[in-house]
Design a protein around this ligand. Sequence first.
Ligand SMILES: C[S@@+](CC[C@H](N)C(=O)[O-])C[C@H]1O[C@@H](n2cnc3c(N)ncnc32)[C@H](O)[C@@H]1O
Length: 321
Amino acid sequence: MSLARRTIDAFLGLLFPWNFLLVSATCLPKTILRLLRERKFAELLSPSRLKEAWFSDLWGGIAGPNIRRDAAVRIIPLLQGRATKGAVVDEQVSPGLAGTVIEVGAGSGLWVDMYSEIAEVRAGSGLWVDMYSEIAEVRAEPDGAARRRKVGSSAAVDGPITRVYGIEPNVNQHPALRRAIAKAGLEDVYRIVPVGIEDLDDATKWDGVVEKGSVDCIVSILCLCSIPDPEKNIRELYQYLKKGGRWYIYEHVRCNNSWYMKAYQRLLNVFWPHFIGGCLLCRQTEKTLREAGSWEKIDVAQPVTEPWYQVVPHRLGVFTK
Ligand SMILES: C[S@@+](CC[C@H](N)C(=O)[O-])C[C@H]1O[C@@H](n2cnc3c(N)ncnc32)[C@H](O)[C@@H]1O
């Protein structure tokens, strides 16, 4: 690639987050008009509820689907056990999603269909599922057995997925989340937990219970940046995992590659949380997870394709308890 091309790419990459803030800013008047139309005056008058409604419109309508389109090439392989050292690989290198799952910050249900495709295997319905293509290319197995397969660059899943708890405190997102669950045919598997993770074990806040030490997998996709008191709550969530359980992450973290990128990210972070639903850019989420408890294995890294000018750098991978 020529120097001019690389310079333009870096310039656009550095500017990209400001464009995102602009998109969010233009969404606010639409949210206000919608709330007026729907006569939801209490939400309009409460800054925190207005912020939730605004974020919900931004994420569900504009930002989320774009992120899903761009990040699916990493996240789907991650959940299939095909991500290692920040890279997606053809062969399965670790177990995929299975059993009882907690999805932290489920949002509008952008990723719900992934569970459905894995759950097909659980049903023992004799179906083969190609998640990577994202088109559920479902074929009947000759002997009716649910089994692993590899097709092209797609890889095996380790179903069954028996239960998913989708933790989502922002009730504005629930209608879209419910639609995603219904569309995926997961009403019997996927349960919305309408509280923040800090209240997961509070029986007065929701009418269910998840036992500590009972969860096979935790999935966190771009949400640990928004939770309160991350050290305490991530440590708490760690306790829900069984021994051998896996925590799959795709999260953005604090820049640590150069002083100018750190400074630039801090500057951006002055505005970012106000426009992006309280999301904080400078969290050290990987470090917090590493320190949450003892791990048998950690295979987490920055995606290898991310350049030096990535103002919102990610961590991709799996913590195994
Ligand atoms: C950036 S969105 C990501 C949503 C989803 N994971 C996705 O990728 O589309 C972050 C989500 O975390 C949720 N969240 C905020 N505070 C939370 C908390 N205390 N516990 C669990 N989720 C929380 C927000 O409501 C929001 O839906």
